[in-house]
Ligand binder design. Structure first.
Ligand SMILES: Cc1cc2nc3c(=O)[nH]c(=O)nc-3n(C[C@H](O)[C@H](O)[C@H](O)COP(=O)(O)O)c2cc1C
Length: 367
């Protein structure tokens, strides 16, 4: 690999925000693993997260976990965030991570229209979304009724309440990548003419209600992280906001609703989001909202998500430079941490030569 020349010290400074204190700036990015039979995370999943906490990860964001709605996930081994058994499983994950000195938030998820008809669990449950359209715009089901939208908001709120009750350190709402919340944001999938649709601000209405309802359940002091992206699973070039002004109009309602930290999902953290500035999406979000932000995307790797072909290791110099400049506050690491539970510890100890490339075989195991 190319050697990291800059000191990585700034990655290991503690992080203090109004509601969340962390021992360093590293975050484990949420990564679906599919190792939770019948939606229940077991001892192996708890041990997987614990290993990251033991090796110094500042904040763990769990894989996306399904809220209480019959079509919230695609697949019987995706962890659920409702029902006694699944929540007991998560409580055990929290216990293990806390015992190892770590902090952890669940990523609350509904896949919306990306679910295929007939998928497990609940084969009979249809995909749901703002206009019943797939990401490519194909009509699949009826648009959600207003009543269904309101019920969905409450399902997120229930998950937030449960997260607090079983000891998590906050929640992350998955508003990225073309899943349900993002389907409301995106004009291609949201053609509604009621209060949940319309212009960019109208399309934030669903997220706003979700955030407000979660806030109502968890109280003023519990951290709410919101993950969003421009890109979608089927369209890496998609944009919700084409200019900083549009981004500001998009973010303002989310801030007012109660988001504490934004998790700005990009596939390459060094790419400028708009012309005329080097700032990436996280940098712009911080500048426009004044909120702490998490950046992400190919940290330490020379190939981006989602080319699941593997990727070699690279220098962290560019990342550290941006962190030093205060462009973002926290750094999420995905595939490097999926591959190697000791990634953070190795970086802290300067063991650059011991860092592992990402091998797609790692997806089959819980290292
Ligand atoms: C196997 C895998 C599963 C993922 N699952 C999720 C997920 O459940 N929720 C989410 O927001 N992002 C998910 N992502 C995206 C990652 O959180 C992260 O943004 C992406 O991998 C880029 O970071 P990296 O380049 O460090 O891997 C997943 C990524 C991978 C590799």
């Amino acid at each position: 690999m190319s050697q990291t020349n800059t000191s990585t010290e700034s990655l290991f400074k503690s992080f203090h925000s109004e509601k969340l204190q962390l021992s360093n700036r590293t975050v484990m990015a949420p990564m679906t693993r599919g190792f939770s039979p019948n939606g229940v995370p077991g001892e192996d999943v708890a041990a997987y997260y614990r290993r990251r906490a033991e090796n110094g990860v500042g904040l763990i964001v769990t894989e996306g976990t399904g809220i209480n709605h019959p079509s919230s996930v695609s697949g019987a081994s995706i962890p659920l965030f409702h029902g006694e058994e699944s929540l007991n499983g998560w409580a055990n994950v929290v216990k293990e991570v806390h015992q190892a000195g770590g902090k952890i938030v669940p990523q609350l998820w509904h896949v919306g229209m990306t679910r295929k008809k007939g998928e497990l669990p609940n084969e009979e449950a249809f995909p749901v979304g703002p206009s019943g359209l797939s990401l490519s715009g194909k009509e699949i089901t009826e648009p959600m009724s207003e009543e269904e939208v309101v019920q969905m908001v409450e399902a997120y709120a229930q998950a937030a309440a449960d997260a607090k009750r079983i000891g998590f350190d906050g929640i992350e709402l998955h508003g990225a990548h073309g899943y349900l919340i993002d389907q409301f944001f995106w004009e291609n999938t949201n053609r509604r003419t009621d209060r949940y649709g319309g212009d960019l601000v109208g399309r934030t209405r669903f997220a706003v209600e979700v955030i407000e309802a979660c806030r109502r359940e968890v109280g003023p002091d519990f951290p709410i992280i919101f993950r969003f992206s421009q890109w979608k699973m089927n369209d890496f070039g998609a944009k919700l906001a084409n200019t900083p002004d549009e981004l500001e109009r998009f973010l303002e309602p989310l801030v007012n609703a109660g988001v504490d930290i934004f998790h700005c999902s990009t596939r390459r953290f060094w790419e400028p989001e708009f012309e005329a500035s080097d700032l990436n999406l996280a940098g712009w979000t911080k500048k426009l909202t004044g909120k702490p932000v998490i950046s992400v995307g190919s940290v330490g790797l020379d190939g981006e998500f989602t080319s699941f072909s593997g990727a070699g290791t690279t220098s962290l110099d560019g990342l550290i430079d941006r962190l030093d400049l205060g462009e973002f506050d926290l750094v999420a690491i995905g595939r490097s941490l999926l591959q190697d539970p000791e990634w953070v510890r190795k970086v802290e100890e300067g063991k650059a030569n011991d860092l592992l490339p990402f091998d797609k075989e790692a997806l089959k195991k819980l290292y």
